[in-house]
Design a protein around this ligand. Sequence first.
Ligand code: ATP
Ligand code: MG
Length: 183
Amino acid sequence: MYLKRIEVHGFKSFANKLQLEFDSGITAIVGPNGSGKSNIADAVRWVLGEQSAKQLRGSKMEDVIFSGTEMRKPLGYAYVALTIDNSDHKLPIDYEEVTVARRVYRSGESEYLINGTSCRLKDVQELFMDTGIGKEGYSMIGQGQIDKILSGKPEDRRELFDEAAGIVKFKRRKYEAEKNLEE
Ligand code: ATP
Ligand code: MG
């Protein structure tokens, strides 16, 4: 399983439709300051369901939409699609390739799609649960995050180990079963 392609349109500094292809193995993204390297990492976080504008280095969710430049008008929506090679079927879905997309309009209206079919944020979260890829997964290590892990509360650190051990889905099911019993 590896990130094969990312498509961005209207996300942050990417006004034009942009498609980046990745191979398996190591890829480095290089470029001058302010050229959009971190915006690509933000795009990955965002499509995986990041709900916090602050985590995306903005103050409100609308800040992810291209806000225009002297030469160019702002855009009305942001769109990001991630395509993951799933030929090893690590993702619990019967496709060799999985594309997860998210779109948000200035009105706040938004949608998630898995292989072109509209779905809920919960479906995206469940798809990546226990794979390490989710927005809380260890596959995205942001600046300052290592420090946070080392100096964090043991309970927070435990979450990372649960994800790596692949038991988050069982904990979630147990929690939901207990909740249903109470109701
Ligand atoms: P550094 O090397 O300094 O870390 P970087 O390549 O990581 O730089 P980014 O932080 O990804 O750069 O990109 C910052 C640029 O993105 C800034 O020029 C900022 O104006 C632009 N930007 C961020 N949000 C938007 C937006 N909504 N609309 C237009 N441009 C945006
Ligand atoms: Mg940066």
